[in-house]
Write a protein that binds this ligand. Structure first.
Ligand code: SAH
Ligand code: SF4
Length: 356
């Protein structure tokens, strides 16, 4: 079987060219066709000589993710269900903003972290995505858009824990943000959300210049450990210490995500404690009212409670936004993504898929 050329990293492509006596600059020509012009056939690469084009065709394919399904919500949000070569699926969500689009990208099939409020976490981890499958979601989405240039922002907030698939994540970020031969996303427009894998968080600051977002969701260890098992390994103090040390590009802030659960973490005492915890950091806060799914065990607070929580943080001079997730009617909101196995439909009970 021929390999997917996009599964090669740039150094691997360079080596391949070198062993065939080709000049090094050919690598960037090929990469530009793949990632800038979104070519899906080697014949399109007209600035390569015919011999090289035939050699590439013999050895490689330009693989595209299968689009198993797309759904459009009433608010214009589009959810893509992508099929991978082994039949597994992942979801990506294209969110229209005022003057651009944001794509919510998946990093794993399923997730091993087991957060109690998240549908993705209910079935455990199936497998990591390789870097080409991560980039492939963005590539295929751009292919589907009338104006691909309007997709300028990426958030790694789809299925999976990005930092648990670190090497593939970093390789994908390189392709997505390279401004010469890559997909040219500005690093300030790329956000990676994590449940808090402390050592990897510090690595991320060293290896990339993207924006980190930390899913805090609770202000005391007892509550956070109950909601997010990862907290038993990396408790709040360790996580915030890593945030303090994070090598943040100039002028940026760390984003903290805080899901608001009714009667669990939405009171004035928690707001006070959150402000105190984050005061020493360059932090902005995204409040996400809990998004329910069939079988979920939590409720979202009333608007009054949500607004009061936000008002308190604003008074303490935090940048604070309530993220009313879009695409709720098609199960495209935060925490509602699961993908779909061959047998079961999406949007089911959320606990039917077995980890492999
Ligand atoms: N694994 C990463 C990124 C994917 S989850 C992480 O946990 O950060 C993206 C965001 O969705 C996280 O902030 C998570 O806390 C939030 N989330 C998960 N389930 C949710 C739900 N049911 N309602 C609202 N937000 C949810
Ligand atoms: Fe995994 Fe994030 Fe869901 Fe937790 S919230 S189970 S880390 S995807």
């Amino acid at each position: 079987m021929r390999d997917d050329i996009k599964a090669l990293t740039r150094p691997e492509l360079l080596t391949w060219l070198e062993t065939r006596g080709e000049r090094a600059f050919r690598a960037d020509q090929i990469l530009k066709w793949l990632y800038v012009r979104l070519a899906d056939r080697f014949e399109q690469m007209t600035d390569l000589n015919k011999a090289l084009r035939s050699l590439l065709t013999e050895q490689f394919v330009i693989h595209r993710l299968g689009v198993a399904d797309t759904r459009t919500a009433a608010d214009g949000t589009r959810k893509f269900l992508f099929r991978l070569t082994d039949g597994q699926t992942v979801e990506s969500v294209l969110i229209p903003e005022r003057d651009h689009f944001t794509l919510c990208v998946s990093s794993q099939v399923g997730c091993a972290q087991g957060c109690r409020f998240c549908l993705t976490g209910q079935g455990g981890l199936v497998r990591n995505l390789n870097h080409a499958e991560i980039v492939g979601q963005v590539w295929e989405t751009r292919k589907q858009m009338d104006d691909p240039g309007q997709l300028t922002n990426l958030v790694f907030m789809g299925m999976g824990e990005p930092l648990a698939n670190y090497d593939n994540l970093v390789k994908a970020i390189e392709v997505l943000t390279n401004s010469d031969w890559g997909m040219k996303f500005a690093t300030r427009h790329v956000t990676v959300s994590t449940s808090g894998l402390v050592p990897r968080l510090l690595d991320l600051g060293r290896d990339t210049r993207i924006n980190p977002a930390i899913s805090l969701n609770a202000v005391d260890d007892a509550t956070r450990s109950r909601l997010m098992p990862i907290n038993r390994k990396y408790p709040i103090a360790d996580l915030l210490e890593a945030c303090r040390q994070y090598n943040l590009p100039k002028g940026r802030k760390l984003t903290f995500e805080y899901i608001l659960f009714k009667d669990l973490n939405d009171g004035p005492e928690q707001a006070r404690r959150l402000a105190k915890l984050l005061a020493p950091l360059k932090a902005k806060i995204n409040l996400i009212p809990f998004n329910p799914y069939p079988g979920s065990a939590f409720d979202r607070p009333s608007e009054t409670r949500i607004e009061a929580f936000k008002a308190f943080l604003m008074e303490k001079h935090f940048t604070c936004v309530v993220r009313y997730s879009k695409g709720q009617d098609i199960m495209a909101a935060c925490g509602q993504l699961r993908g779909q196995s061959g047998k079961s439909g999406s949007g089911g009970t959320g606990a039917t898929e077995e980890p492999s």
